[in-house]
Write a protein that binds this ligand. Structure first.
Ligand code: DGJ
Length: 712
C-alpha cells in the first residue's frame, strides 16, 4: 500500500464506511460494523491486497467506487458512453475529495474526453443507512451520449454467495426469490417505465443461508420510479460487486456541452441478519425520507373501489359512507369513476371534472356526508394517463407518449401523457389543485395503471424524464396544498420506492386483499418499507381477485400489519360482523401510535404453512405478533413461536388479542392456556422457548399481544 494512501471514515451508531485512496479513484474499503478506533484502522490498512496472479492483465486495481476499463477492470463499468461513437474510453482520476461530517464528495475528471464526475457518499448516523449517487458533467463542446451511468458500484464481501430479490405481477407483488451468486452477472432489468410489479428495486445479498436473524447481509435499494438495472457480478478474481442505476433507452440521456446528469441514490446498509437491516431501513425512511404527516396517527380508510367499482350513484354512496363510519372508518376515499364519462375503464381518463350527470351538485353533498361523520375525504386520480376516448385526448393527442412510426400498445384502454412537457404538467396541476381546494380534499390516491412501453416524444425515448417530472409535479402540488396527503398506487404496488415516497408517504400495496396471499405480499413489502405506510385493507369474505373465502378475523389480523382500512362493502355486513370489525378497528386505534415507530421482526417458523411477524414498541413494553396459517401444517403438534425484540429479564403478559378462539377451539382437543386467559412469563422464555401455538386450521390467523407488566 503506497505512502500516498489516505482514508476517510463515516461513522454511524453501529456502522463505519471507510474510503481509501490508493489508486486513481478511491474505493470503499470497509462498509460494515463500526470500527472502534484508529488502531483497528491502522491494522486493516497494513493488510495490503495488491497481490497479483499470473495470467491476467498487468496492474489490476481493486474495485473502485467508479470502476473503469482503463484500470483493467473487466466487470460492468460505472459509465458507458460516447461522443457520436468516439470517446468511448475514459480514465477519470481524482481531482479532489471533500468531507463534510458524514458526507463525502469525491471529484473525478478526465481532461481528454472532457468529463467530470462527482460521487456523493453519506451515512445517516442514526439509522446506519448509507446513500450514494453520482453526477456526470459533459465539460466538452460536443454532445455526450450516456448509455449507462451507475448510481453506485459497491464492493460485496467475497464470502457473499446468495442474493434475495423481489418479483411479481399485478395482484401478486413482492414475491421473494433467492439465488446463488455464481460466476457471471445477475442483471435485474426493469423496462416497465415505473418501479413495476415485475421487479422491485430492492435486494439483499449475503453469506450462504443468510436469514432473518443471522448471516452477514447487505440491503440495497435504488430510489427511483422508472426503468432500472440492478447488477450483481462475480468475477474470477473474487471480486463481487453490486451496481444499480437508471436503465436508459437508446439515446435518452444525451448531455449537451456543460450539462450534468445526476443519478438517483442507492441506499444500503450491512448488518447481521435481515431483521437488523430491515429495522434500519424502516428507521431511515421514518427519519429521512417520508413526509412529516406520516408521523401523525394513520387514519382508518374506507375505499369505495370494491364496493362500487364504476357503479357510482349518490344515494348508494351515502349509505356506503354511513356504513363505513359505523365500523370505525376515519377517512372515506372515493375511488375511480367520479369524473366525466368514466362509466367503465374505456373512457374519461384525463377529464378531471366531476361528472354532473351522476353528481348534479358536484361532490359537495358527498363530501358533506363524509364530514358529518367526522371523517376525512380522499379522492382517486390517475393524473399521468389519458383514454383515447376523452375530451383531453381529442383536444391534445400530441400530449401522449407516442412514436411516429410504431403504435403504442394500449393497456387498460389507456395511453400515458408526457408529463415532462410543461403544458401537460400545468394542466394536471391546475385540475388537481382546483379540486383539492374546492372540496378541501385531505388525501389523493394517485394511481398509475399501465406500463410505459416505447414512451416517446414522436421520435425520441422519454422514459427517464417521466419519474423526474412526476416528483416535480407532486412537489408543486404539495407546495400549493401543504395539508394534502398523497398515496402511491400503481395497479396496486407497482410504484413502491423511496423516491416517490418522499412525496407520497403511503403505498397501496396490492389489489390482492385475499389475506392468505396478502400475508406473503406484505411480508415482502415489510422487508424494506415500514408498516405504517403500507395500505392494508379488510376485503370481502370472498376475495375478488382469487375467489378464496376467509373469515373476517383472518382478514382483519392481516390488515392490522399496516395502515388499517376497509375495501369491503360495509353495507352488507351483518350485525355480528359489525361487532367483530369494531373490535379490530378499536384495537388498531389503541396501538397505531407506537406501531408507527415500532421495530418490525420477521419471525421464522418451522412450518412453511405459517407466516409470522411482530411489531415491538421502541421501549420494548408492548408488542403484537401475528401468525397466519396459509396452508395446512404437516406436524400434528404446532410447536412454539419464538418471539423477538423483548427484554429477556422482564415479565410480559401474553394475551390472545384476536377474538377468534371459537374458530380455533374446534380444531384443538387441548388448547394452550394462554389462548384462554392471560399468562405472564419472562421475555427470555418467550424468545427462547417461544409461545406454544394452538392447532391452526388453514386460513386461520392469530394476534398475540405482549405487555410488559408494570413493575418489571
Ligand atoms: C387500480 C388500483 O390499484 C385500485 O385500487 C383501484 O383504484 C383501480 N385502479 C381503479 O381503477
Amino acid at each position: 500500500m503506497s505512502s500516498q494512501t489516505r482514508h476517510w471514515r463515516l461513522d454511524g451508531n453501529s456502522s463505519t464506511l471507510l474510503v481509501i485512496r490508493d489508486h486513481a479513484v478511491p474505493r470503499l474499503f470497509w462498509c460494515g460494523s463500526r470500527l472502534h478506533d484508529d488502531t483497528e484502522l491502522a491494522h486493516m490498512l497494513v493488510h495490503d491486497d495488491s497481490a497479483l496472479a499470473f495470467g491476467g492483465l498487468d496492474g489490476v486495481t481493486p474495485l473502485s467506487l467508479f470502476p473503469q476499463a482503463s484500470t483493467a477492470y473487466t466487470g460492468s463499468p460505472a459509465l458507458n458512453g460516447h461522443r457520436n461513437g468516439a470517446a468511448f474510453a475514459h480514465a477519470l482520476h481524482t481531482s479532489d475529495i471533500r468531507q463534510d461530517e458524514n458526507h463525502l464528495t469525491i471529484m473525478l475528471q478526465d481532461d481528454h474526453v472532457n468529463l467530470s464526475v462527482e460521487l456523493h457518499l453519506s451515512l445517516d448516523a442514526s439509522s446506519d443507512v448509507a446513500r450514494m449517487s453520482t453526477s456526470l458533467t459533459n465539460t466538452g463542446n460536443t454532445p455526450y451520449t450516456v448509455d449507462w451511468l451507475a448510481s453506485a458500484t459497491l464492493p460485496m464481501p467475497s464470502s457473499y454467495r446468495e442474493c434475495l430479490t423481489q418479483h411479481g405481477r399485478w395482484g401478486l407483488e413482492s414475491q421473494t426469490h433467492r439465488r446463488t451468486i455464481a460466476p457471471g452477472r445477475i442483471d435485474i432489468s426493469n423496462l416497465h417505465g415505473r418501479t413495476s410489479h415485475e421487479h422491485a428495486s430492492s435486494l439483499a445479498c449475503g453469506t450462504a443461508g443468510f436469514g432473518d436473524n443471522g448471516g452477514d447481509v447487505m440491503f440495497a435499494h435504488l430510489a427511483w420510479s422508472g426503468n432500472f438495472s440492478l447488477r450483481i457480478e462475480r468475477l474470477s478474481n473474487g471480486t463481487i460487486s453490486l451496481q444499480a442505476g437508471v436503465l436508459y433507452l437508446p439515446g435518452e440521456c444525451l448531455l449537451q456541452p456543460g450539462e450534468t446528469v445526476t443519478t438517483p441514490p442507492v441506499l444500503f446498509t450491512r448488518g447481521n441478519g435481515m431483521n437488523q437491516c430491515t429495522q434500519r431501513f424502516h428507521q431511515h425512511a421514518r427519519s429521512s425520507i417520508l413526509p412529516a404527516w406520516t408521523r401523525r396517527p394513520r387514519p382508518i380508510h374506507a375505499n369505495s373501489w370494491e364496493a362500487l367499482y364504476f357503479n357510482h350513484d349518490q344515494d348508494a354512496l351515502f349509505t356506503l359512507i354511513d356504513a363505513a363510519a359505523s365500523v370505525g372508518a376515519e377517512r372515506f376515499v372515493l375511488d375511480d369513476g367520479w369524473f366525466l364519462h368514466r362509466r367503465s375503464d374505456n373512457a374519461g381518463l384525463g377529464d378531471w371534472y366531476v361528472d354532473t350527470g351522476i353528481y348534479p351538485e358536484g361532490l359537495h353533498p358527498v363530501v358533506e356526508r363524509v364530514r358529518q361523520h367526522g371523517m376525512q375525504f380522499g379522492l382517486w386520480f390517475e393524473p399521468e394517463m389519458v383514454n383515447p376516448d376523452s375530451n383531453l385526448f381529442r383536444a391534445h393527442p400530441e400530449w401522449t407518449l407516442q412514436l411516429a412510426h410504431v403504435d403504442t400498445p394500449l393497456a387498460r384502454n389507456q395511453l400515458a401523457l408526457d408529463i415532462a412537457r410543461d403544458e401537460v404538467s400545468d394542466y394536471l396541476f391546475e385540475r388537481i389543485t382546483s379540486l383539492v381546494h374546492e372540496y378541501a380534499i385531505d388525501y389523493i390516491k394517485w394511481d398509475h395503471n399501465r406500463d410505459l412501453v416505447l414512451p416517446g416524444d414522436g421520435a425520441h425515448a422519454r422514459a427517464a424524464a417521466q419519474p423526474a417530472a412526476l416528483y416535480r409535479l407532486m412537489a408543486r402540488i404539495i407546495d400549493a396544498c401543504p395539508d394534502l396527503e398523497i398515496e402511491s398506487c400503481a395497479a396496486g404496488g407497482a410504484r413502491a420506492d423511496f423516491a416517490v415516497l418522499e412525496h407520497t408517504g403511503r403505498v397501496w400495496t396490492s389489489d390482492n386483499i385475499d389475506p392468505i396471499e396478502r400475508a406473503r405480499i406484505q411480508q415482502g413489502f415489510l422487508r424494506f418499507m415500514p408498516p405504517e405506510i403500507m395500505g392494508a385493507h379488510v376485503g370481502h369474505k370472498t376475495a375478488h381477485l382469487t375467489g378464496r373465502v376467509t373469515s373476517l378475523h383472518t382478514r382483519a389480523i392481516v390488515a392490522l400489519q399496516g395502515q388499517f382500512g376497509f375495501e369491503l362493502d360495509a353495507r352488507r355486513l351483518d350485525p355480528h360482523d359489525v361487532i367483530t370489525l369494531q373490535h379490530y378497528t378499536q384495537l388498531y386505534k389503541r396501538h397505531r401510535e407506537w406501531l408507527a415507530s415500532s421495530r418490525y421482526w420477521h419471525v421464522p417458523t418451522y412450518s412453511k404453512a405459517l407466516i409470522a411477524c411482530g411489531f415491538v414498541d421502541e421501549a420494548q413494553r408492548q408488542a403484537l405478533f401475528s401468525v397466519v396459517a396459509i396452508g395446512n401444517m404437516h406436524p400434528t403438534r404446532p410447536g412454539h413461536l419464538p418471539l423477538a425484540g423483548l427484554v429477556s429479564d422482564r415479565f410480559y403478559q401474553l394475551t390472545l388479542e384476536s377474538i377468534n378462539l371459537s374458530e380455533l377451539a374446534p380444531f384443538n382437543k387441548i388448547i394452550p392456556d394462554w389462548c384462554d386467559h392471560a399468562v405472564t412469563t419472562t421475555g427470555e422464555m418467550l424468545m427462547k422457548f417461544g409461545v406454544p401455538l394452538p392447532v391452526m386450521p388453514p386460513q386461520s390467523a392469530l394476534l398475540i399481544g405482549c405487555h410488559r407488566v408494570s413493575d418489571s
